[in-house]
Design a binder for this molecule. Structure first.
Ligand code: KIV
Ligand code: NA
Length: 269
């Protein structure tokens, strides 16, 4: 049995071998990611990627628990992090503690992730002092899409100082790593130099301590969603579409099933 990568081990990778992270929402995908990556994130992106929701705002604790449990069954080695959904932690440190403890107890994840900078530092401190490792998330925070006015690049120009202060506040509060989403590459590099814990970038340049992508994006599951920061390592959406069309055509032309797929009247001895 392999040794499990802990949040402390992730933290110790600061400035070292880059951390490879992908999302997963199901057991089979979790197995594939676990075999190669350092971290598996059950992102609240599950709402948009698998449930067809228009944003992450409609994602519930129940959805995160169900997918967290499925992913946990496929993870042996990687550090397993589960996102706290919108509305489950913003009210108070006590509310965050109650829901983070529930996520950890019911999914066996090793850490939770929550969105927000300075204003969440008190909560990050509260959780980490009570045994819950926390991954931070600053820059573009999709749960705030309505306040931000869209999924735009954050921290350009003078606004960069505020994002850097957010990341510093989370590290000071005890976060073991911080996701930097959709920032200028120069700001991603600067924050990576300034904070003492690993930065995990998504559209935040090459200099972060690690990288994360939504697994369905990098596998090319979608034809209509091609963000600039994603490299497509496969075209599974196209392949699946072609396979499904071929199957339907075969059924309609009676080419499937073939004789080899049928059962004889009597079982062979
Ligand atoms: O929900 C998610 O998938 C995320 C990562 C992309 C960082 O938060
Ligand atoms: Na998320």
């Amino acid at each position: 049995r392999q040794i499990r990568i802990t949040p402390s081990a992730v933290k110790a990778r600061k400035g070292g071998l880059p951390l490879a992270c992908l999302t997963a929402y199901t057991t089979p995908m979790a197995r594939l990611v676990d075999a190669a990556c350092d971290l598996v994130l059950v992102g609240d992106s599950v709402g948009m990627v698998l449930h067809g929701l228009p944003s992450t705002l409609g994602v519930t604790m129940e959805m995160m628990i169900l997918h967290g449990q499925a992913v946990a069954r496929g993870v042996e080695r990687a550090c397993l992090v589960v996102d706290m959904p919108f509305g489950s932690y913003e009210e108070s440190p006590a509310q965050a503690m109650r829901n983070a403890a529930r996520l950890m107890a019911e999914t066996n994840c090793q850490a939770v992730k929550l969105e927000g900078g300075r204003h969440m530092a008190e909560t990050v401190d509260f959780l980490t002092r009570r045994g819950i490792p926390v991954m931070g998330h600053v820059g573009l925070t999709p749960q705030s899409v309505n306040a931000l006015g869209g999924y735009k690049v954050q921290g350009r120009g003078a606004a960069g100082d505020l994002v850097a202060e957010d990341a510093l506040a989370l590290a000071d509060a005890g976060a073991f790593s911080v996701v930097l989403e959709k920032l200028p590459a120069s700001l991603g590099a600067r924050i990576t130099r300034q904070i003492s814990v690993p930065t995990i970038g998504i559209g935040a340049g090459r200099d972060c301590d690690g990288q994360v992508l939504v697994v369905d994006d990098m596998l090319g599951m979608f034809t209509d969603f091609r963000p600039k920061f994603v490299r497509r390592y496969a075209e599974l959406g196209q392949d699946a579409g072609a396979a499904i069309r071929a199957y339907a055509a075969d059924v309609q032309a009676r080419r499937f099933p073939g004789p080899e797929h049928g059962f004889a009247d009597e079982a062979k001895s």
